[in-house]
Design a protein around this ligand. Sequence first.
Ligand SMILES: Nc1nc2c(ncn2[C@@H]2O[C@H](COP(=O)(O)OP(=O)(O)OP(=O)(O)O)[C@@H](O)[C@H]2O)c(=O)[nH]1
Length: 560
Amino acid sequence: MADQNSADVARKLALLKMRFREKALCALSSLQQSLSRVHSSGVDSGEILSAYQSLHRLAGSAGTFGYSALGREARELEQIIKPFVEKAPGTHDDVSQFLDQSFMRRVEGLSDMVSGGGSESTPTGSALEEGLRDVAEPMVVLVEPEPDRARSLASALTHHGFIIHSYSGLLDVPERVLVDASAVLVRDSLFSAGGNTFGTDVTLPPIICVGSVDGFDDRYKLAENGADGFFPEPVDVPLLADYIERLIGERLELGKGRVLIVDDDPELLEHYGLVLEDGGMNVHKVRSPSELLGALSEFQPDLVLMDVQMGHYSGPTLARMLRFDPEWVGLHIIFLSSEDDREFQVDALSKGGDVFLTKPISDSFLLRAVRVKCNRARQLAKLASRDSLTGLLKHSLVKQEVGKEHSRCRRFGQDSVVAMLDLDHFKLVNDRFGHRTGDLVIKGLANLLRHRLRKTDVIGRYGGEEFLVVMPDCSLENAVEALQAVCEQMRRISYTSKGQEFFVTVSIGLAPLAAFENGEEAIEAADQALYVQKSRGRNGVSVFGEADIGSAGKVVQCTS
Ligand SMILES: Nc1nc2c(ncn2[C@@H]2O[C@H](COP(=O)(O)OP(=O)(O)OP(=O)(O)O)[C@@H](O)[C@H]2O)c(=O)[nH]1
């Protein structure tokens, strides 16, 4: 499948290259005619400007399609004309200074550089083939030769919402399983040998070693062999689950960037789009700058990749204009241009850009640069909107989501549900085992919700040990079923602290969103249902206004 995708992308890129070639030949023919007219009939500032623009476009795009030498030559010719373009209209008497035989020969030579087919290989770069995998499914590979140990670790991790595939040796793990895994847990002794011990060339997911030998040199050896983590035995499973969760989160961030590309050149626009999409980015393309504001609101990008000159619109001026609106003050903007004048670049950045990339640029470099910036943008956005302990939406934002979903489900006449969750007797956990352990339990429930609920459900940390969930397009029955499963799984997670094993349960209250006047009222109703459940003995689900909703079975908390 990945091969098929890569072949498709390669085909599309080759097609774009052909389109570029045809258009370049046309543009060069017009350019030659235009310059011949200036040569024979005298100066025309419009013709000179259009010749300059034509060369500027070629200089900026040829390298992208594999015609680097053509791009360089166009750039040199562009620089020769530039002083005449910058002069006031009507002062082009000395145009003969550049429009001589030698200049005209060089312009003719440009066509030969295109039609001679002498393009270098398209710089798609190896990063294109890297192809980021969707790591949303938390499947973990466990490589443990000792069956009892394997069973016990697999069972403990399953309660944290991971799907475990167990093997007794590294070479037993099928390649397709490695490709789909979010992480690999390996007995340290199997990994200390070094090299690619899995016997495959696929990009490996993060490797976490587990073992009993825990010295500085042992850890150093594992790091040297490429391990991403080490957990000494006896393994603290909630801590391990949290670590895997973090690795998954980091990888998801890497592939999830949303990039809005603004370029008036259709081939370049499509080319950049293909390169970034193939690298796992979510891309939206805009050809006309006048559509920019609408596209921003609708697509909500992490980053904008913008050409510097689009017809009579200037990229830096557009960037400055975007900053008028507080919503876009923090938006990351990358300018992509063949303009290599440092002064110009600094000026563009001072108007509101963050990075200036000078064309020609290889596809792999572009992808890497955009990924790095996207990652940074997402991290910053996350800091502002996410709770630092759990990574879930903060109180105010999840409340906003309830409001939005309320309007949406009312408008479309759909069922949606809001749920309030609260850990049971949580004070006791803190009192007996300390705040750090309490924090691990809070993270445990957050991770469970992330795994157990649908991707479209919105989860937020409402307060200390309280969570708020919005379940769009979901009947009450389905919500009860899904959340009872969460209760059931939560009560099975075993925590150990101060040598004692304990379990924690959760109570949940539900309310049908559309039945209320606004989101606030629905939250209030879910809260009331939650307290009904607390009074019923905790550990289960209650629905607002319903007398008797099943409980997930009683479990005594903190059975230390
Ligand atoms: N570890 C930790 N504890 C927190 C955090 N936020 C709130 N808490 C604690 O959560 C506990 C909540 O206790 P209560 O509101 O009395 O509720 P409870 O003990 O869970 O009892 P019920 O809700 O009635 O089952 C308090 O001890 C808070 O200090 C946090 O971020 N980390």
